[in-house]
Ligand binder design. Structure first.
Ligand code: TXD
Length: 307
């Protein structure tokens, strides 16, 4: 029997993630939304593509949590997305209500699942989902750093005219305006970009990465980015489903690591079949520590408003 992945919120990110999973054939997919007919329509469309992709995944759409029962992984993309001029934290109250409700349902229907939170402001929503479900912190995580790093990788590849595949990047901190891109750990085939570009240029790429989401929001005018967010979510799902133990930047619960206690924060982790198998601690410079601390403070401020 295939593993089962449920996606709560069949909007742009949710449906595109469902497509990537179905296309891979790694799991069966349940696409859930509160809007009637929409998840059923999108799921049927994806199911009808499976013969063309050579995939045997079963894909269903639903408005009923019963259909998500005993999922191995649940991805939450339910909520409002940003409009031009909005920051991720502007979504706090409305999305918190949704996350509380969705998390309570998941805790009942899939008590042993691994939970990936995508909804913004993501780090805060991950902490809220963890609190609400009372799951082990290893089982609850958020997607953000992979996307931010993918954006930085793309901009580095544009600048140096090299394949993005050969570019690695690391972004720490919250998935917000205070994210901490790490040029020291961003490389082209192992060579740090600090060796390949002047400091001024790197600063420009970092700034573009910080505004990466907003750049797309202002171009699209309605809705926010979803192809790269879905590809990032799929990378997490795949690492867990196949127990790949990949090292990926995710929002994970910190309990003393990096000197931070009781807070979800973006750090590199090893993702495997148990969820967050390990938080990787690297030594940060004084300046990196200061930036990370600032990012923690921004997330904690929002967490304290809610929890
Ligand atoms: O890096 C990241 N973490 C992110 C996060 C990258 C991209 C998008 N990011 C956030 O994900 C974004 O700011 C939103 O908060 C979510 C979902 O973004 P998406 O672009 O997919 O938004 P849509 O297309 O508006 O889809 C949201 C769906 C929509 O179909 C609603 O009907 C549904 O969520 N929705 C619900 N589903 C289930 N249950 C409840 N309660 C519910 N409320 C709304």
């Amino acid at each position: 029997m295939k593993k089962k992945v449920s996606i709560i919120g069949a909007g742009n990110v949710g449906a595109t993630t469902a497509q990537l999973i179905a296309q891979s054939g790694f799991a069966d997919v349940v696409l859930f939304d509160v809007v009637e007919g929409m998840p059923q329509g999108k799921a049927l469309d994806i199911a009808e593509a499976c013969p063309l992709w050579g995939s045997s995944s079963i894909v269903i759409g639903t408005n009923n949590y019963e259909d998500t029962v005993s999922s191995d992984i649940v991805v939450v993309t339910a909520g409002l997305a940003r409009k031009p001029g909005m920051s991720r934290s502007d979504l706090l109250e409305a999305n918190a209500k949704i996350i509380r409700n969705v998390s309570a349902e998941i805790a009942k229907t899939s008590p042993h699942c691994i939970l990936i939170i995508v909804t913004n402001p993501m780090d805060v929503m991950a902490q809220l989902a963890w609190k609400t479900t009372e799951f082990s912190c290893k089982k609850v995580m958020g997607m953000g750093g992979i996307l931010d790093a993918a954006r930085l990788r793309t901009f580095i590849s544009f600048e140096l005219k090299v394949s993005p595949e050969d570019v690695e990047a690391l972004v720490f901190g919250g998935h917000g305006d205070d994210m901490v891109p790490m040029p020291r750990f961003s490389t082209v085939k192992g060579v740090s970009i600090t060796e390949l570009m002047p400091k001024k240029k790197i600063e420009k790429l970092i700034e573009r990465t910080r505004n990466g989401g907003a750049e797309i929001v202002s171009l699209l005018r309605t809705g926010s980015a979803y192809y790269a967010p879905a590809a990032s979510t799929f990378q997490m799902v795949k690492s867990i489903l196949l127990d790949e133990r990949r090292t990926l930047p995710c929002a994970a619960y910190l309990n003393g690591e990096y000197g931070v206690k009781d807070l979800y924060m973006g750090v590199p982790v090893i993702l495997g079949k148990e969820g967050v198998e390990k938080v990787i601690e690297v030594r940060l410079t004084k300046e990196e520590k200061a930036q990370f601390k600032k990012s923690c403070a921004s997330v904690r401020k929002l967490v304290e408003k809610l929890i």
